[in-house]
Design a protein around this ligand. Structure first.
Ligand code: PLP
Length: 378
């Protein structure tokens, strides 16, 4: 039984086998170049790639070979890193709320560093992974970012001192503090306030006789999405300045957990136009990829991909939508996109800087549309 027309199946007339759409084209060397640039921008800071952005095994292997450490949030991500050749000591388990069984399993695999943000979770880690080390996550405003993360997690500096003091009393190592300034953070000075807050937690703990030693500066570094953002070097400079100002000569060891900034620019989602339809004054362009096929971050039009197309000629505004029947499967409507007026069925539309939070964010087959596949490109 055939339910999908050839256009829906996404094979362009005349296209070569293996170039069906939609697909993510992933160029691992670009991710490695981004890794090296971030590491150069933050000398002395360990780079832990956030696996959730894109867990492709070839990417993880290449990052291990380049000297990356990793940020994980589940035993499956721990295993993916270990299989890629990482050592368990190079992992930070940064999900502040964890399944007890997942802590046990990850500790059994050798993970030693867990993030917490509450007394409840600290007790859970002490029971499930005795004598491990913990970072306490501070809340941040998320201001300046396109995809804020911090409403869900994080505590105040006062609570963090209590959490880390409790951790020590339960036999855990109070390693230090973590935070995340929000993803696609366009303001390099966004790290200033949480670094200052972290320094107060460190000072309080040191005054009480503890020896915190690690500051986790999180992710949030930007990709080349629409709207632009400063270069990674500007972030490195702002962070180094804030660390010097707040910690002086007692600077702790530092790590970052970049996801998007490593892998987004290494990937492009190649789609085909399913149909162009005029509804009143509005031109609707339907692609063969949508919110359920890897473009989840377009929800609320938060992440705005730049578009390229094979069509040419003058452009005009249009609404961009996905192929499923769900009314939520609309990427850009409030702020329409500009695409050539000649755009027609079968033309390719490419979403650039789309290597992060796409393939792994795809549904397993909503409405019969397969998950977004990855094609490695050389
Ligand atoms: C998602 C996440 C990251 C990666 O964030 P990016 O904005 O993609 O760099 C880092 N740390 C934690 C705790 C996260 O949840």
């Amino acid at each position: 039984m055939t339910l999908l027309s050839p256009a829906h199946a996404g094979t362009r007339p005349g296209s070569t086998p293996g170039s069906t759409t939609p697909r993510l084209e992933l160029h691992v060397p670009t991710a490695l170049a981004r890794f090296r640039r971030l590491r150069a921008a933050l000398p002395g800071t360990a780079v832990h790639y956030a696996v959730k952005a894109n867990p492709h095994p070839d990417l993880l292997r290449a990052l291990v070979a380049a000297g990356s450490s990793f940020d994980v949030a589940s035993p499956a991500e721990v295993l993916a890193c270990l299989e890629a050749g990482a050592r368990p000591g190079d992992l930070v388990y940064s999900n502040p709320i964890k399944l007890r069984a997942d802590i046990v399993e990850s500790a059994g695999l050798g993970v030693r560093l867990f993030v917490v943000d509450s007394p409840e979770e600290t007790r859970k880690v002490a029971e499930a992974a005795p004598r491990s080390a913990v970072l306490c996550r501070l809340v941040t405003s998320g201001e300046g970012s396109d995809w804020p993360l911090s409403r869900k997690y994080g505590c105040s500096t006062t609570e963090a001192v209590d959490v880390l003091t409790l951790a020590e009393s339960l036999g855990l190592e109070a390693a230090g503090v973590s935070f995340h300034v929000g993803s696609q953070q366009r303001d390099p000075s966004a790290w200033d306030a949480p670094i200052e807050a972290s320094s107060r937690v460190f000072a309080a703990l040191r005054a009480a006789g503890s020896s915190p030693w690690l500051l986790d500066l999180g992710g949030g570094f930007p990709a080349a999405l629409e709207g632009g953002a400063p270069a990674l070097d500007a972030y490195g400079a702002a962070i180094r300045r804030a660390l010097r100002k707040r910690f002086g000569s007692r600077r702790p060891r530092t790590l970052v957990e970049p996801g998007r900034s490593i892998v987004a620019d290494a990937g492009r989602v190649v789609t085909s136009v399913v149909a162009v339809v005029h509804r009143g004054d509005t031109r609707w362009v339907y692609l063969d990829a949508g919110v359920f096929t890897g473009l989840v971050e377009t929800l609320d039009e938060a992440i705005r991909y730049r578009l390229e197309t094979t069509a040419t000629g003058p452009s005009g505004p249009c609404v961009l939508a996905g192929p499923t029947c769900d009314s939520a499967d609309v990427m850009y409507e409030k702020q329409p996109v500009q695409l050539p007026l000649s755009l027609a069925e079968g033309d390719e539309v490419v979403l650039t800087s789309a290597g992060a939070y796409t393939t792994c964010y795809s549904t397993v087959g909503f409405n019969g549309f397969a998950p977004l596949p990855t094609h490695l490109v050389g």
